[in-house]
Design a protein around this ligand. Sequence first.
Ligand code: FES
Length: 112
Amino acid sequence: MAEWIHVAAVSDCPPGTAIERLAGERIIAIANIEGTYHALDGLCAHQGGPLGQGSLCGHTLTCPWHGWEYDATSGQHRTAPTVRQDTFQIEERDGDLFVCLEAPLDPSAERS
Ligand code: FES
């Protein structure tokens, strides 16, 4: 059975923002895009920068260290096709956010 980890209160991540959280031993970035939450690996593929501390503009999450840009909904780097952050299931339950790290989302799968 999948383990869901409490990572934040909904109020911690208003629409148009991203936050950094620890889920188990993994650092994740959570982005709120127009009320829908997305969770992805929080360590930038470049040099491990803190993606959750980056800026969110639309779907684009920009690493604060050197400006690499990712699609926060898929983890895909904006210009390098071979670079993609793991993404994770995230759910809102009664004002709190929970993530499941056990099965990173397949970016080719449809999302509801
Ligand atoms: S560590 Fe993220 S752009 Fe360099």
